[in-house]
Structure formats: structure tokens, C-alpha cells
Design a binder for this molecule. Structure first.
Ligand SMILES: NC(=O)c1ccc[n+]([C@@H]2O[C@H](COP(=O)([O-])OP(=O)(O)OC[C@H]3O[C@@H](n4cnc5c(N)ncnc54)[C@H](OP(=O)(O)O)[C@@H]3O)[C@@H](O)[C@H]2O)c1
Length: 364
């Protein structure tokens, strides 16, 4: 590792972090050096990257000296603290947490949809919520051809979307129940809330905290992130978006039943939409009901694409359709989208913090 970019992964020991290491190793980004950062508790652990053994270090503001690109996946409060420190030192941060997504100085990017938003970045680029990312990848080719007036989504989200500890908790509950026992629920639906419920053999219609209007914050994120990514404004009224987010007892891969309405009279048909999706970047069409072919979390796991099937018309509205969208929440929903953003920055020669931009993100 000599020529290329100096890269740091913040949150390198987490569910997303381990995949960031893997996706970076498979990307064409030239890596001059790689730093792996986590908490003091993980310092001293080692991870492999392209045949080299790298020791995990405790993240500190000084860790970002000499770093060109930070791939961050350590949660909102950690990102609030460290991203401005990194930008101040000249590093471009691609962040997985929700901390910066709604900040007007921060582009929220899914390269298949709005890569051009990277051109004006100020040093921090946000990666969307996992459930939003796969949905906009599937909706974009439809929007481009037929317009998009309304989206109604119901999600079926895997335990790993809540991090490694939540995934372990669900596995322990399932194992215990298989033997007629119970295991405690201490994390899900939301760490730090007064009540916890088992996800093993259960469904939890709460992802993140409740807003005053009765929506969960996950649902809120899907609404406003979709508008910001696809229509350039988090409060755009060009499209109506609503939905229900549900945690389901599987390990990896979010499923989404997406109902969408195109522009009136745009002429979309199921066959035409299937053809557009089959041609779209980052999409694999799996849609052959006669042969029982449709996307599933188990077959999407470990893959970078978003899988779409069950495209069919609303029989009572000529402009409306349903589709079923599945993707690996830890890859396109997180690590792969992050690395893909970094790859796009490298390809477009955008790995630089513009002069004066760091002042937009004051350090704590
Ligand atoms: N899971 C998903 O599907 C998904 C999708 C999109 C976005 N995200 C976002 O990605 C982030 C990480 O998610 P995850 O699922 O990977 O969580 P996780 O498995 O809980 O991992 C968290 C990582 O952050 C590190 N960390 C925590 N506090 C830190 C601190 N003060 N300083 C430095 N490092 C710290 C942890 O280090 P230790 O191991 O040392 O504790 C660990 O490496 C979250 O913001 C999440 O919302 C997740």
C-alpha cells in the first residue's frame, strides 16, 4: 500500500464496518494506507485488508491527520463529534449515520440516482438510511420514464439493520425459544427506550423512536430522504411519500412492498416497467411469477444489487403499480453505497475539502 488515498474507517468493528473493509478491498480505489478506528475496547484487535493485518485503534480527533477519505459507520453522536474534526484536517467524510442527512450543506447520495449532487460537497457526504436506499434505486428508472407522484411503502426490515448487538439478541431469543425457554429483550425495538420486546418469532412495528404525529423516525426518514435524493428538497411537494416500517425476525436483507403512482396518462405498463428495471444500474429484475421467481432476502444476501420483482398494476388505477424490492441492508443499504460514493468521488476527482467549507461544520 503506497500510492493512492489515505483512508480511515470509523466504526471498523461493527456490522457495517466489517463490510466496509471488504467492499473497499473489492473496489478500484487505490489505497495508500488504511486506518481502522473504533472504541478503546476494540483497540488492539486486528482485521485483514488485502493480505495485510491492520490493528484497530481508538478513534481520536488526531486519528484523522493525513487522512484523505473517512468511511464512517459508528452512529450519529460519534459522527457528530468526529466528522467535523476530520473535515477540519482536510479529509472528506462519507457518513452512514443519520447525523448529517438533513443538513442543507450535506449531499445525501445514492450514486445510481443523484451522483451529480457530489459536485458541490463541503467535506461531508451522507449515506441514506438502508430502507430508503434500495427503494430509490428501484424507483429512479420509473421516475425518469413516467414521473412519480406518490409512493406508499411497507417495509420488512432485518435485525442486522439495528446493529450487531440487536442481531445477536434476536438469535439468542430464537435459540432459546427453540428449546422452550426465553431470552431477555434489552435492545429492540429501540435501545434506551422504556420497553423492549423480543424479535425472535415476532414482528415489531416500531423502528426508531415515535414522532409526535404517530410515525416512527424510520418512517420519517424514508419520507424526507426520498424527497431529498429524488427531488432535491427534503420537503418537496412534487411527490407524496408515506409508509410503515416493520422489523422482522431475519438476519440480513430488507424487503419492501412499494406502491407507486406515476404521472397521469404517462402510459406505463407492467412490461415496460420491467424492461426499464432490467436495464437500470444497480437493479436486478427477478420477476417471473409463472416460475415462482421473485426477490428474497436469502438470495440477496452478500450481493450489491437491489432486486425487484412482483411488478403488477393496481387494477383500479391505470397510473399505479406495486413492486417488491429486496436488498442486502448491510451492502447497498450501507457499506457498498458508502464505498460506491467514495469510488465516484475518486473517479470524478472530488476528494478535496473546498476552502472555507470546514467552517460549516463546527467542532464540538
Ligand atoms: N446496519 C445497517 O443496516 C445500517 C444501514 C445503514 C446505516 N447504518 C448506520 O451505520 C452505523 C453503524 O451501524 P452498525 O450496524 O455497523 O452498528 P454496530 O454493529 O453497532 O457497530 C458500531 C461501530 O461503531 C463503533 N463505535 C461506537 N462508538 C464509538 C466511538 N465513541 N468511537 C469510535 N467508534 C465507535 C463500534 O466500535 P466498538 O466495536 O469498539 O464498540 C463499532 O465499530 C449506524 O449509524 C447505523 O445507523 C446501519
Amino acid at each position: 500500500m503506497t500510492e493512492g488515498y489515505h483512508i480511515a474507517i470509523l466504526g471498523a468493528t461493527g456490522a457495517v464496518g466489517s463490510r466496509l473493509i471488504d467492499q473497499l478491498s473489492k473496489s478500484t480505489i487505490p489505497v495508500a494506507s488504511l486506518k481502522l478506528l473504533a472504541t478503546a475496547k476494540s483497540a488492539g484487535q486486528t482485521r485483514e485488508f488485502k493480505g495485510q493485518t491492520i490493528t484497530v485503534e481508538e478513534a481520536k480527533p488526531e486519528s484523522f491527520e493525513g487522512v484523505d477519505i473517512v468511511l464512517a459507520s459508528a452512529g450519529g453522536s460519534v459522527s457528530a463529534k468526529f466528522a467535523p474534526e476530520a473535515v477540519k484536517r482536510g479529509a472528506v467524510v462519507v457518513d452512514n449515520s443519520s447525523q448529517w442527512r438533513m443538513n442543507d450543506n450535506v449531499p445525501l447520495v445514492v450514486p445510481e440516482v443523484n451522483a451529480d449532487a457530489l459536485a458541490d460537497h463541503n467535506g461531508i457526504i451522507a449515506n441514506p438510511n438502508c430502507s430508503t436506499t434500495q427503494m430509490v434505486v428501484a424507483l429512479q428508472p420509473i421516475k425518469e420514464k413516467y414521473g412519480l407522484k406518490q409512493v406508499i411503502v411497507s417495509t420488512y426490515q432485518a435485525a442486522s439493520g439495528a446493529g450487531k448487538a440487536a442481531w445477536d439478541e434476536m438469535m439468542a431469543q430464537t435459540e432459546a425459544m427453540n428449546h422452550g425457554k426465553t431470552a431477555p429483550a434489552e435492545i429492540l425495538p429501540v435501545k434506551g427506550q422504556p420497553h423492549h420486546y423480543p424479535l425472535g418469532y415476532n414482528l415489531l412495528p416500531q423502528i426508531d423512536v415515535f414522532e409526535d404525529d404517530g410515525y416512527t423516525h424510520e418512517e420519517w426518514k424514508m419520507i424526507h430522504e426520498t424527497k431529498k435524493i429524488m427531488f432535491g428538497d427534503k420537503n418537496s411537494d412534487a411527490v407524496k411519500v408515506t409508509g410503515t416500517a416493520v422489523r422482522v425476525p431475519i438476519m440480513i436483507g430488507h424487503g419492501e412492498a412499494v406502491y407507486f403512482v406515476t404521472d397521469a396518462g404517462a402510459g406505463a405498463t407492467t412490461k415496460a416497467i420491467q424492461a426499464d428495471l432490467a436495464d437500470a444500474a444497480g437493479v436486478t429484475l427477478q420477476d417471473d411469477p409463472a416460475n415462482q421467481v421473485y426477490p428474497q432476502p436469502l438470495t440477496a444476501e452478500g450481493k450489491r444489487d437491489t432486486f425487484v420483482g412482483r411488478v403488477r398494476p393496481d387494477l383500479e388505477n391505470d397510473d399505479a403499480f406495486h413492486m417488491w424490492v429486496v436488498s442486502d441492508n448491510l451492502l447497498k443499504g450501507a457499506a457498498w453505497n458508502t464505498v460506491e460514493i467514495a469510488q465516484t468521488l475518486v473517479d470524478r476527482d472530488l476528494v478535496r475539502v473546498p476552502e472555507g467549507a470546514a467552517a460549516k461544520f463546527p467542532t464540538a
